[in-house]
Structures are given as structure tokens and as C-alpha cells.
Design a protein around this ligand. Sequence first.
Ligand SMILES: *Cc1c(COP(=O)(O)O)cnc(C)c1O
Length: 401
Amino acid sequence: MSPEPADPARVDPAGSTGLRPASRAIRAGRGSSGTSLATALWASSTWQSADLDDANARATAMRGAEFYSRYGNPTVRAFEEAIADLEGADDALAFASGMGAVASTVFALCSTGDHIVAQRQLYAGTIAFLQGPCRRLGIDVTLVDASEPGAFAAAVIPGRTMMVLAETPSNPRLELADLDELGSIGGPFTVVDSTFATPIGQRPLDHGVDLVLHSATKGIGGHNDATLGVIAGERELIDAVWAYSVLHGATPSPFDALNALRGIRTLAVRTTHQARSAQIIAEHLAAHAAVSTVHYPGLADHPQHELARRQMSMFGTVLAFELTGGREAASRFLQRVRLCRIATSLGGPETLVCHPATSTHVSLTPEEQSATGVTEGLIRLSVGLEDPSDLTDDLTSALSP
Ligand SMILES: *Cc1c(COP(=O)(O)O)cnc(C)c1O
């Protein structure tokens, strides 16, 4: 049995307003809604000017929210303000998806001839982006094992490495990257995909990392009804990415921003419940004969459990486990679950299971799959909001001989 996760206030001691994360999630991002308690939906793609000078001011304003929607939108701005508040950042910038955030950020900051150091175990879309478009455009990529201490810094080529990209906990095997170590790397921009932790579970910027990135499609939105990405960090850096992003065009939908901001209101209570259930399920599966390994940072025997305790205030809502029977057992398990649903994605109210080797990570070569730990018997499970006892019952019956 592992100890209770630490108090979230440890990761966010006081914050700009002195409130704890759950309270800030309620207060944040209200700047564009007047006295309405519900977020106002600004569907407009363009705004009217009074005269030439006013039109000129709108056209040249840095991140103006009332000019043209690709440059900014008040509903999207409200979502960005809330994320900046929760991450302890100067500012944030939203995108049409998590991959929109990855692609726009990389192309905003890296050019032909530059070098990127990235974690080997990453979201499959991010790997495909680094191996495909980046390499095609002459941006070199070195992949490193995040669990090896010092691996990121050792791969940095002074003067050439423009970005260090990590994902913690990582998809799909919940490997952690040491945030203090990443924050201490000088020179390249350090970017952490913190999707699996959510802004409630850890705060990479507090460790000195330059940019935190989320697929808000996942836990932040939290209801499987928004496709959205976001980055947060120092204003100057966010402004630089914004200046490129208006040309890249991965522009977020105001409706998705509204749904994600509604998700933020309940983010703390949802992630707390889901992380508690994930711990129960991880311990339950670890004791099951059909399961050889459970990957969950909250388990005391997870190889990086101590690191998880240092940098996370809760251990997340996703776990993965390996079935001793390989692909056949995985197929049988997916056929037999009743409460858990077969779908990719995570962080929503419904518990989802998937078989990464044939779904989320199917685009990887067999070598890449084995290097990222995607085995034939691996199942990823995103814990939802159901009663955890019903979930363990469902898993037990699906795994029974
Ligand atoms: C889903 C995901 C992404 C991509 O986000 P989309 O919103 O699907 O584009 C990036 N990183 C991680 C860790 C993810 O889980």
C-alpha cells in the first residue's frame, strides 16, 4: 500500500492570489463575461472599428482579443487566463488541439539546422511530428530515456539544441521526467507536456521549465466535448509563439474554450476523485494473477515513485498494465469489459480502455513500439468518475479465466 498523496498546496504554496488550486479554478478566467457567472460565448470571427486609427490599433495590438478571431477571441482569452492562473504563469496561449500546440510551438521556436532533444516515450502524434515534418524540414531530433538521470542535459548540443521536449507522466507507460533536472538545463527552451498530470497535479513552471503544454481535450476539458490545446509561460515567450501561431492557424474554437473553461471549474474535484480511484484500481490490478505489471506512479514499487512524490501533488488519472497473455488476452479483455468503454483519450467522466499497440501507437514501427514500451499485452486505462468498486468489479470479471 502506498501513502496518501501529499497536499496540493505543497506544489502551489500560495499562488498569486494566496488561494489553493481548487479555489483558483473557480475564480479564474472571468475577464470576458461581465457579471455573468457562466462564461459568455463570443462566436464572432471579426470586430467592428470606429475609424482608421481604431482599426489600426486593433490590427497592430499584441494579442488583441477584439480584431479578428485568428488573432484572439474573448472567450478563448478567458480560458487562457484561467490556465495561466493555475500554472502560475504570466500568460497562456490556446490552440485548436494538443497537436496544434505542439506543432505551433516547435515551428515558432525552431528552424532548419536546429536540434531538438525529446523523450523517447511520448504521445504518438508528437513522435510522428518530430520524426516526420521536423526531420523533413531539417530539424534534427535526438530521443532520450527520461528515466535515465541526466539524459536530457547530456544530449544537448550547445549552440544547436533549440528545444528540450519532455512529457511527464508519459503516454502510455507513465514514465516520469525529473522537472527540477529539466528546469536546470540552460540554453534551449524547455517544454513539458503535462497533459497526464493536469494543472492540478503538478506545476512544471515552478521547477524552472520554460513552457508547460496541455492537450486540454483530456482532463482539463474533462467531458469529451472539446478539442483544444494550450501552452503557458513567460509573456515574452508566449508572445513570440503567438506571433507565429496567427500564421500557422491552429486557432481554437471559442465554443471549445467555453467547454474547457467549464471543465476547469470542476477540475480539482474530478482529478482528486479519479486519482483516488486510479490508486485503488492500480493496487487491485497489481494483485491479479492475469496482470504481470502495473504502471502507475502512485504505486510504492513504481521505479519513480519517490520522484512522483517530490513533483506531483496527486499521481494522475491514467494507468497502464500488462496482461501475461499478450495480444490474445488483450483482445479478450476488451471484449469482456462492460462498464469500461473501448476508446482512445483520457481524463473524461467515462472510464476508457485501449490497446496502444493497435490504436494510439499503431503508427509507430515495431522497433519504435518496443523502444517506447508498447507491448502486445499492454492496456491503457483512463479512470473516470464511476464508483471505483464498480470499476474493480468490471475489471475482475473481464480478467477472470
Ligand atoms: C492527446 C495528447 C496530445 C495531443 O492532443 P490533441 O488534443 O489530441 O491534439 C498531446 N500530448 C498528450 C500527452 C496527449 O495525451
